[in-house]
Design a binder for this molecule. Structure first.
Ligand SMILES: C[S@@+](CC[C@H](N)C(=O)[O-])C[C@H]1O[C@@H](n2cnc3c(N)ncnc32)[C@H](O)[C@@H]1O
Length: 226
């Protein structure tokens, strides 16, 4: 055990404050193109969103979650920030009928028992948590994904030379705090015990405002054991 103080971004207040200050550059105002790309890679493997149960951990104000519910998925969107959850609730109220369903819940993704889903959708959640919590992330998404189910989404990955031997690095201008980029090797080590990697490659449709080459489309299948 360590007595090191918790990083501010390991607490809900840090994130709520950023939402309140509109200091939320991760919000694209639309679903992530890379998430949609990963979903289409999944549907090319005959796995459809429609009718699937989907978890969106660290959903923020939920552009991805809403798009998935519009596409017919039964979505649980989870975030610990009451500001994010309230804003997503407002969007949901204004959204009109959905082909699927969307439930929004406020809790800590890394400790809550959220149930088991067909698909877990990742977008700027892993890069937002403190790197010391990456094993907890792996445990949480592995528990939330049924055997044979999928983890899909957008991962921020750097080349090994960019990391100078470290497993991750802050991508901010001053080199402190989220988002954190890691590497393909780190991700494979983190999730390879419980997932098979079906696709992990630089995105074809990255966001033009993000650092080029950093967004990777991922499709992983949950192993039966582990
Ligand atoms: C960078 S934002 C991404 C939000 C959303 N995925 C998006 O792309 O718009 C990270 C989100 O994760 C949430 N978060 C961070 N750690 C969390 C935790 N342990 N449990 C639940 N939510 C968490 C924050 O409140 C924040 O909304």
């Amino acid at each position: 055990m360590t007595n090191a103080p918790k990083a501010p971004w390991s607490g809900e207040r840090y994130w709520s404050q950023r939402f309140l200050l509109n200091d939320s550059p991760w919000e694209l105002g639309k679903p992530s193109g890379v998430v949609l790309e990963a979903v289409s890679l999944l549907s090319a493997r005959d796995v459809s969103l429609a009718g699937s149960s989907v978890l969106v951990p660290g959903c923020g104000t939920g552009s991805d979650a809403l798009a998935l519910a519009r596409a017919g998925a039964h979505v649980l969107a989870v975030d610990w920030s009451p500001v994010a959850v309230e804003r997503l609730g407002e969007k949901l109220g204004a959204a009109g009928p959905l082909a699927g369903t969307l439930e929004v819940r406020r809790c800590d993704v890394l400790t809550a028992d959220l149930g088991v889903f067909d698909i877990v959708v990742e977008h700027t959640f892993l890069c937002a948590i403190d790197p010391s919590q990456m094993p907890q992330y792996a445990k949480a998404v592995s528990a939330a994904c049924r055997p044979g189910g999928h983890l899909v989404g957008n991962l921020f990955l750097l080349g090994e030379s960019d990391l100078s031997g470290a497993p991750w690095r802050s991508l901010t201008k001053d080199g402190v705090g989220p988002p954190f980029g890691s590497s393909e090797r780190t991700i494979r080590e983190l999730l390879g015990g419980t997932f098979e990697f079906l696709e992990l490659k630089p995105a074809r449709s990255p966001d033009p405002d993000r650092r080029p080459g950093i967004e990777w489309a991922a499709v992983l299948r949950r192993l039966e054991l582990g």
